[in-house]
Write a new protein. Structure first.
Length: 119
């Protein structure tokens, strides 16, 4: 089992910045992928950004150039730096990690942190 605790959400004006943190209960080296997803009311959960083993990162088109995902192995923490925030970024943000086993993938989710961007 892996516990993930998110923090850093809040209310910010359009154009502002926030940094989300996701503290994991296990070493980040155990994870095949670490990422952030978001879900706005009435919409499906979508991938925002992900780090794949080896350091490859991938971003949703809507956040490229504005958001940056990073990790601190010493702190077992994954971050999402969000700049130039827009009202459409308003959503609950969830941390996710995946452990790749021989025949299946384990998925773990945080409890979510709300980000609200006012216009």
């Amino acid at each position: 089992q892996v516990q993930l605790v998110e923090s850093g959400g809040g209310l910010v004006q359009s154009g502002g910045s926030l940094r989300l943190s996701c503290a994991a209960s296990k070493s980040l080296f155990r994870f095949y992928a670490m990422g952030w997803y978001r879900q706005a009311p009435g919409k499906q959960r979508e991938l925002v950004a992900v780090i794949i083993s080896g350091g490859v990162t991938n971003y949703a088109d809507s956040v490229k150039g504005r958001f940056t995902i990073s990790s601190d192995n010493a702190k077992n923490t994954v971050y999402l730096q969000m700049n130039s925030l827009k009202p459409e970024d308003t959503a609950a943000y969830y941390c996710n990690v995946k452990i790749l086993n021989t025949t299946y993938v384990e998925n773990y989710w945080g409890q979510g942190t709300q980000v609200t961007v006012s216009s």
